[in-house]
Design a protein around this ligand. Structure first.
Ligand code: SF4
Ligand code: SF4
Length: 111
């Protein structure tokens, strides 16, 4: 089992989650974060930290696609362990449904 970041994170990227992860397994894309499924120890500490409920256990239904995406991009995006400023327009994207279309495969800058 692992925890997975879904499209609720896209363009929100508050990064409250990264500071609590004991094994530093978050990776940063241009407009969302992912969790490395092989590094996550399933502690669940990050789940309640996310204000937009973007972090889910992979036992939740319908997350297969996001689990694959997390696994794929955790290998190529930079590690992130410290909170940064969210995008200036993040409030406008909070709670917006169907943000998958805005996913960017480009990496973030990490830390
Ligand atoms: S707290 Fe939630 S929205 Fe923010 S970066 Fe983490 S997973 Fe994404
Ligand atoms: S469940 Fe624990 S180990 Fe996994 S990403 Fe969240 S804080 Fe990190």
């Amino acid at each position: 089992m692992t925890y997975v970041v879904n499209d609720s994170c896209i363009r929100c990227k508050f990064m409250d989650c990264v500071e609590v992860c004991p094994v530093d397994c978050f990776y940063e894309g241009e407009n969302m974060l992912v969790i490395h499924p092989d590094e996550c120890i399933d502690c669940g500490v990050c789940e309640p930290e996310c204000p937009v409920e973007a972090i889910k256990p992979d036992t939740d239904p319908g997350l297969e696609k996001w689990l694959s995406l997390n696994a794929e991009y955790a290998k190529v995006w930079p590690n992130i362990t410290a909170k940064k400023e969210p995008p200036a327009d993040h409030k406008e994207w909070e709670g917006v449904e169907g943000k998958e279309q805005y996913f960017s495969p480009e990496p973030g800058t990490g830390n």
